[in-house]
Design a protein around this ligand. Structure first.
Ligand SMILES: C[S@@+](CC[C@H](N)C(=O)[O-])C[C@H]1O[C@@H](n2cnc3c(N)ncnc32)[C@H](O)[C@@H]1O
Length: 204
């Protein structure tokens, strides 16, 4: 049985993901990394994308078993082999999850023209609540540094937010240029493609 559309919205998608998700090539295949309850997998599937939701705990995704547009994969992203080949996805979404060794794998998994949307906690957020482990907190500018020379930065912000709770976050939307001959050669991307803009965001 296919889930009713209202069943898709068990929790609101992030405003950052909502803001940028239409930059993912229409109808493409999107990877929702550490998808949790699948709020972004659900949002993206409702927007017409095919989604692979991957998490080590897929119990909260049980209701998606019959949703054709979403494939759920149980995987420990930190101990098991990365199962995706290069240029597999037109979009990759990561929110509230950080495992730095995945950075190069995420970039490789993007198709030319594909879009990476990433948002998670950053240093300073430990003063507001969890996570407090520095392994889970981005260093200043770290998301931007991850993609510089590889992807075209469409949006980048870092700072304090008040919604859904006070935290320090960093967020990025970046695209692998269409004319990238082979994803994996950092030196092949022209520097002038880097159009990143940094905004400070603060609690209203
Ligand atoms: C804070 S939740 C974020 C969920 C979702 N991205 C969101 O923003 O709603 C972190 C998620 O990372 C997953 N996770 C943590 N460590 C993981 C690992 N080693 N492999 C796969 N998933 C992991 C957890 O199961 C959890 O669903």
């Amino acid at each position: 049985m296919k889930a009713a559309r209202s069943d898709f919205f068990v929790s609101s998608p992030s405003a950052w993901v909502k803001r940028w998700s239409d930059r993912i090539p229409r109808g493409g295949r999107v990877l929702d990394v550490a998808s949790g309850g699948g709020r972004h997998a659900r949002w993206l599937a409702a927007a017409g994308y095919t989604v692979e939701a991957v998490d080590r705990n897929i119990d909260p995704l049980a209701d998606l078993a019959d949703v054709r547009a979403i494939t759920v994969r149980r995987l420990d992203l930190e101990t098991e082999a990365w199962p995706y080949s290069s240029a597999s996805f037109t979009g990759i979404v990561v929110t509230n999850y950080l495992h730095r060794p995945l950075f190069p794998l995420l970039l490789e998994a993007l198709m030319a023209g594909g879009v990476l949307i990433y948002e998670t906690f950053a240093v300073g957020s430990e003063h507001y609540g969890k996570p407090r482990n520095p392994d889970y907190l981005l260093r200043p500018g770290e998301l931007r540094a991850m993609v510089v020379g590889r992807l075209e930065i469409l949006g980048f912000e870092e700072g304090v937010v008040g919604d859904p709770r006070p935290a320090v976050v960093q967020r990025l939307c970046a695209r692998l240029p269409e004319n990238t001959a082979s994803n994996g050669d950092a030196s092949s991307t022209p520097a002038q493609l880097l159009s990143g803009k940094t905004d400070k965001i603060t609690i209203a």
